[in-house]
Design a protein around this ligand. Structure first.
Ligand SMILES: [Zn+2]
Length: 466
């Protein structure tokens, strides 16, 4: 399978089966936004739940938070985003397409990143100027590289008519909401250092060139955890979290050969260490998650800008210090794309070639589909409805009586439903030995088993837990 075509297949499946749609599609789209459809929202919710389970439920010292998207604008001055959250931008002089200079440089084998000054980036860009081509028109004439701030501004709470002078910001990352609530959580949640705060939520970035589908978005969802630690424990805790986050992907069913660690070449001045977990997307290995040792920079900055004491007093040692932070940060949308890539398979079953999403049952949007063998036999339909109604109280199951059973299987395979349950004449007692049993067909093997209706819930619940 050519790499290019795998991406096209995933994008087309996502649209055809209602996982992901282009944002504002009937208006010709809106760059950097995508909408999750009926199966997409189920899958995304299951990814959130898996992350929350691993980060909050299974840990002893991590609590959750859901902070506001809008904050006092000073938060973004303290964090450094107002002055430094930018990408290097160049414009094609011929067709006026704006591109990220670092991406154009990467395409010719050169390197620039956000830690370099704009002068340094311009020097590298000038060295390679003769070989860099515009991705749209192919010409080689570009402006100087300049900084473009990625914070998205708004007029929230500003009624002056010229709010651009004192803008508020849609958050550029979710972790700032965690830092500014450190003291609240400390004072209200009976936590002691080391402890963590986890949050899932939207973040907004004025990406110059959103691209690669849901990989680089202007509106995205982050899943972030900040662990507050004693300064001397920072690197030990950091290594523990590196190991845990790697294991998390293995537990989700990822093949380790599709994952790799990438160490940041260039660290921001306050950081102690920064490694990314990269996933082998259809367009190559790219960052999925970052694990960072951030020192005391974040709380110190907010302490300075807010004037609020954010130090911690350790009762046991009688010491006072500003906690250091170990962060894990992953994009929900990137995880979604990785899950679609990882579990996309084409195989043959009998004489048929099929597309099958081999999602682990816990991630599958639909856990089981219930079919009456024939839709025009009222007794079959009534019995199947009974089974469907029983299961849907606890599990996300789907009813399907369209077309023949083979067609229904193919559709369920494409949305990754692990089990298809068929109610036939034996269920009704045509063969008395098989009364009140159903056929359960396994998505991955195609194998069919007779199972008693009363055992269905347990079978599905077990599979989801695994
Ligand atoms: Zn151009």
């Amino acid at each position: 399978m050519a790499e290019e075509s795998l991406m096209e297949k995933i994008v087309s499946l996502c649209k055809r089966r209602g996982f992901v749609y282009q944002g504002s599609e009937i208006y010709g789209g809106f760059p950097g936004t995508y909408d999750y459809g009926p199966y997409g929202v189920e899958l995304a919710n299951n990814i959130r739940a898996a992350w929350w389970r691993a980060m909050v439920q299974h840990e002893n010292n991590i609590v959750g938070l859901d902070s506001a998207i809008f904050t006092n604008p000073k938060v973004w001055e303290a964090s450094g985003h107002v002055s430094g959250f930018s990408d290097p931008l160049v414009e094609c002089k011929s067709c006026h397409t704006r591109s990220r200079a670092d991406h154009l440089l990467e395409a010719v084998g050169a390197f620039a990143d956000e830690k370099m000054s704009i002068e340094e980036i311009n020097t590298v860009f000038d060295t390679h100027r003769a070989t860099i081509t515009c991705p749209v028109c192919g010409k080689k004439e570009f402006t100087e590289v300049r900084r473009f701030n990625l914070l998205v501004q708004s007029n929230l709470g500003n009624f002056t008519g010229d709010w651009t002078k004192e803008p508020t910001y849609l958050r550029g990352e979710t972790c700032q909401g965690i830092y500014i609530n450190f003291k609240n959580v400390l004072d209200s949640a009976r936590v002691k250092i080391p402890f963590g705060i986890a949050q899932i939520g939207k973040a907004f970035r004025n990406e110059i060139a959103p691209r690669q589908y849901i990989f680089r978005l202007r509106e995205l969802t982050q899943m972030e955890m900040q662990m507050f630690v004693r300064p001397e424990d920072e690197m030990r805790v950091y290594e523990e979290w590196r190991a845990k986050r790697w294991q998390y992907y293995l537990d989700l069913g990822f093949d380790p050969k599709n994952l790799k660690w990438h160490e940041h070449e260039n660290l921001v001045f306050y950081a102690k260490a920064a490694w990314d977990i990269e996933y082998k997307f259809p367009f190559g290995f790219k960052e999925m998650e970052g694990v960072h040792a951030r020192g005391d920079y974040d709380l110190s900055q907010h302490q300075k800008f807010s004037g609020t004491d954010l130090s911690y007093f350790d009762e046991a040692t009688k010491e006072r210090f500003v906690p250091h932070i170990v962060e894990t940060s992953v994009g929900l949308d990137r995880t979604f794309l990785a899950v679609m890539t990882e579990f996309y398979h084409e195989d043959t079953m009998g004489d048929d070639t099929r597309v099958v999403m081999r999602f682990p049952a816990k991630l599958a949007p639909i856990k089981a589909a219930v079919f009456p063998l024939l839709k025009n036999k009222p007794e079959l339909v009534a019995k199947a409805r009974e089974v469907y109604t029983m299961l849907k109280k606890d599990l996300r199951v789907e009813w399907d009586d369209n077309g023949n059973v083979g067609k229904r299987y193919r559709r369920q395979d494409e949305i990754g439903t692990p089990f298809c349950i068929t109610i036939d004449f034996d269920t009704l007692g045509e063969n008395p030995d098989l009364a009140d049993t159903v056929t359960v067909r396994d998505r991955d093997t195609g194998e069919q088993k007779r199972i008693a209706i009363e055992d269905l819930s347990a079978l599905l619940t077990e599979a989801i837990k695994a």
